[in-house]
Design a protein around this ligand. Structure first.
Ligand code: NIG
Ligand code: FE
Length: 390
């Protein structure tokens, strides 16, 4: 059964396992959930479900909050399949390929970029992603960064200015001049279209001082920091993210004990991107070490044409379980509530009363199947704001 158009209320009936991520509600079995005006209005035993205008029969399957992909780069042109193939034949990943995508993106028209963003957004939605963050970072001029964020804003409110992704070719050897451009004219052009500011704090990209300048300039424009931190080397990114109160430190592949302690003692979420380790054949970070220390962990795709060309949160959940030592329950939490925490959102990532009715019905009886049956399309139904979208 499907929701009638314009229906005010919908009951999701016959739920075999309902993962709410709500501390009071927990995981329910033989449950039902009622949606009114796009929000969760009631959760309880199947037999006690209230009457509603429409019903969706989950037929004994598992229902989870929609995935919150808090880190993606969807605005780009071209592809880097040859670079991937070379890597699989032994070449290292250095981030140098970013400039290839910058050249292709600058040369693309709005229509081409819009088509790619839309295609990837729909692809993610079909795999259960009801919220996606997306970054600029392949334009690297004031006009191209503003354009990227404007187009990103057509599919999500969670837009991130990443003008400090790499130093573009025309600024080679003049990184400080480029940082001045980013902090000045580029931010002025981009900030109206962005909620967040990000920087690739890494050897070969931006050092601690340059990264701090970019993040502080972003803050002065009303943007909240997040950081590409400690991806390729154990650098200063995590410490800087915590120092500046960033919403998240992303990648966290190479962490010292003091990085782990800093994350654990802060509100900065450690966002892990296992698709990047997979696609760059790098060692995976140990998510259990972060959880044991008390850090909040999120999982995201990092969807981009270079280091992680996947839009699949189920794939990331499976990788995190197999390679990062998370239990299936922890990985699902990180891919939903963890992502919401990384985006500082309380309306998504859970199915407590009042939450946005963003949820997925699996083709499986429990959340465990997301890791137990990797690579299998297990997303049967997706509701966004209570409306059937996939
Ligand atoms: O998050 N690390 C920096 N940025 C991206 C990679 C971008 C690319 O290779 O095009 C990342 O992995
Ligand atoms: Fe990234």
């Amino acid at each position: 059964m499907t929701a009638a158009p314009g229906a005010g209320s919908l009951v999701v009936a016959n739920i075999g396992e309902l993962v709410t991520n709500d501390p009071q509600l927990g995981v329910l079995h033989d449950a039902a959930l009622c949606v009114v005006d796009g929000r969760v209005a009631w959760v309880g035993p199947r037999a006690a479900a209230p009457a509603a205008d429409a019903a969706l029969d989950a037929a004994g399957a598992a229902v989870l909050p929609g995935f919150v992909d808090s880190h993606a780069h969807l605005v780009f042109a071209g592809d880097r399949a040859a670079e991937f193939a070379a890597r699989m034949a032994g070449e290292p990943y250095t981030g140098g390929g970013i400039r290839t995508t910058v050249a292709a993106t600058r040369a693309a028209g709005d229509g081409e970029l819009r088509a790619t963003v839309g295609r990837l957004r729909r692809e993610a939605l079909r795999q259960g992603t009801t919220t996606v963050e997306t970054k600029s970072g392949y334009g690297l001029t004031p006009a191209d960064e503003a354009r990227s964020l404007r187009l990103a804003g057509e599919v999500t409110a969670e837009t991130t200015f990443l003008g400090a992704h790499v130093v573009p070719a025309e600024y080679a050897g003049r990184a400080d001049d480029y940082v001045r451009l980013v902090c000045g004219e580029m931010l002025d052009a981009a900030a109206p279209y962005a909620r967040w500011v990000d920087v690739f704090c890494e050897r070969g990209a931006f050092d601690a001082e340059q990264s701090r300048a970019v993040l502080l300039a972003g803050k002065a424009h009303g943007l909240v920091p997040r950081v590409h931190a400690n991806q390729l080397t154990a650098g200063p990114g995590v410490a800087l993210a915590v120092e500046l109160g960033a919403a998240s430190a992303d990648h966290c592949t190479h962490l010292s004990d003091s990085d782990v302690d800093a994350l654990a003692g802060s509100a900065t979420v450690a966002t892990l991107l296992p698709g990047a380790e997979f696609s760059t054949r790098s060692p995976y970070p140990d998510a259990r070490r972060l959880l044991a220390a008390g850090a909040t962990v999120a999982l995201a795709t990092d969807c981009n044409p270079g280091s992680s060309y996947t839009s699949s949160m189920p794939f990331c959940v499976a990788l995190a379980v197999r390679e990062m030592r998370l239990t299936p329950a922890e990985a699902v939490w990180a891919a939903t509530a963890g992502g919401a925490a990384a985006l500082r959102r309380t309306d998504i990532g859970h199915l407590g009363i009042g939450a946005r009715a963003d949820l997925v019905v699996l083709d499986a009886p429990s959340h465990v199947y997301l890791a137990y049956r990797p690579g299998v399309p297990l997303i049967r139904t997706v509701l966004h704001n209570g409306v059937l979208v996939a």
